[in-house]
Design a protein around this ligand. Structure first.
Ligand code: GLN
Length: 196
């Protein structure tokens, strides 16, 4: 069975595990960098990106996460996880993992919209996905290799660049597992490619 890890330092971990299992793969909570060797794909969950970064450094995960991505293994960043993947973060001198060619803005929907839901079409995933946004970022600029998958009020809220996927919303918080299932398919494809 395909094994998908969820970085378990902080944030919405359990819900992702449940969504992975519901999509027919095995979900594993990752608490030590050595565990990255056991998995075929990784989800960076929502939470708080600055806190998560602090814990990534504290537990010596940084280089291992970058290497995991550079090896061609798929990573799906949701919300704070999207911020971790970005090459640039507005107002921050240095971004985090810098695996995706995009500039993101944190808490980009403003205070009056701390959390909300919207039904969105997502390319390759669904025409009517109920997306849950919580203090969500959005993608301000996407590089030319980045495929935009979903837009809400002109803001890019889901994108893919090769084996990297991200969403500004939380796909794990409802019973609709189609976005996670899309990532599981990406992992399946990458395993075939990495084996050939
Ligand atoms: N606002 C958070 C951050 O900047 C992200 C919110 C979330 O993951 N739900 O990291």
């Amino acid at each position: 069975m395909i094994k998908i890890g969820v970085l378990g330092l902080q944030g919405a971990v359990r819900e992702h595990i449940d969504s992975i299992q519901a999509s027919g793969a095995e979900g594993i909570i990752i608490k030590k960098k050595e565990q990255l060797e056991e998995i075929d794909g990784l989800i960076l969950p929502g939470g708080e990106s600055t806190t998560m970064r602090r814990l990534i450094d504290k537990y010596d995960f940084f280089d291992a996460l970058v290497a995991f991505g550079k090896q061609g293994k798929p990573i799906f960043g949701t919300c704070a996880g999207l911020i971790l993947l970005a090459g640039e973060v507005v107002g921050q001198e240095k971004a985090h993992l810098q695996l995706m060619d995009m500039k993101v803005e944190r808490n980009a929907f403003g205070r009056q919209k701390e959390s909300f839901e919207a039904e969105l079409p997502i390319t390759g995933v669904a025409d009517d996905f109920n997306a849950v946004f919580i203090r969500a970022p959005f993608i301000r600029e996407a590089g030319e290799d980045v495929e935009v998958l979903a837009v809400y009020n002109e803001a890019i809220v889901a994108a893919r660049q090769g084996h990297f996927l991200c969403s500004a919303f939380h796909p794990e918080l409802t019973d609709d597992h189609r976005m996670t299932a899309y990532f599981v398919t990406m992992v399946e494809e990458s395993m075939k490619e990495l084996a050939s």
